[in-house]
Design a protein around this ligand. Sequence first.
Ligand SMILES: C[S@@+](CC[C@H](N)C(=O)[O-])C[C@H]1O[C@@H](n2cnc3c(N)ncnc32)[C@H](O)[C@@H]1O
Length: 271
Amino acid sequence: MQSGQSDRYQAGRNPDAGKPLRHPFKEIVQRFSDPALVADTVMRTAVKTWDLISPAEFSVLYRQIRTHTMCSNARLRALYRGVRYVIHNDVQGDLVECGCARGGSAALMALTQQRLAGHRPIWLFDTFEGLPAPTAADPDYEIADLFTGTCQASVEEVQNLFDRLHLADNVHLIKGLFQDTLPLAEVLEIALLHIDGDWYDSVKTCLENLYDRVTPGGIIQFDDYGYWKGARKAVDEFLEKRGIKSPLQRVDYSGRFLLKPEADRTSSTGR
Ligand SMILES: C[S@@+](CC[C@H](N)C(=O)[O-])C[C@H]1O[C@@H](n2cnc3c(N)ncnc32)[C@H](O)[C@@H]1O
């Protein structure tokens, strides 16, 4: 460990700094001793291999974006099904992603709607400067902080991907922290919301600003519920606070989605 790093673990930016901090290496080892994570990793590899050769529609679309995404195939497939679901069931609203990084999962959503001749606006929110730092509200702060500044991709890189795949019509790339951009976002009605922002504050901000804009019967997919404890905490707290009883549907080790209950129709009219 370098000395700068060591100081950080001892002093820490975390207000819980008085407590002994677990070294990230131990945290990683502990995570990989979780049989569910190991099983997920094996499954992920098998499914990825299949999608590299399969002629199925999802696999064909996946191969066009696979080098631009960090999302698992299972979560990408859930997004693919989600886009098909909202279009087939005429759930009104746009397609929104908070946390697009290099644009892979967003391009998959766009390709899916293109196959169905859909023309819904697509809104992509990101710093386009990499992950911001987690905060003390993230229970796994020490390991999460190692990822600060990663996932970096520029607006131009994402725009180029969309241009190359002929998807650029009606795509809005909004640069900045969710905390600054979402309260002012012009998107009013959302059919599918993909939240892939990793940290507690990021996920909480997405839910607080966008949940009420999701059409009842629409879909909210969470990428990080299983991997990042802060993301899970933000989702659980929000559902509890809002008294949302609909179950989170499991996609894989980390991914979950929620079908927004019809009973929330009243809360989505205040826009
Ligand atoms: C794991 S990456 C997204 C991966 C992407 N969906 C894919 O297909 O590979 C998470 C992204 O969320 C963004 N992000 C996280 N918190 C944010 C915040 N508070 N404001 C803006 N962007 C944020 C990061 O910049 C990063 O690009």
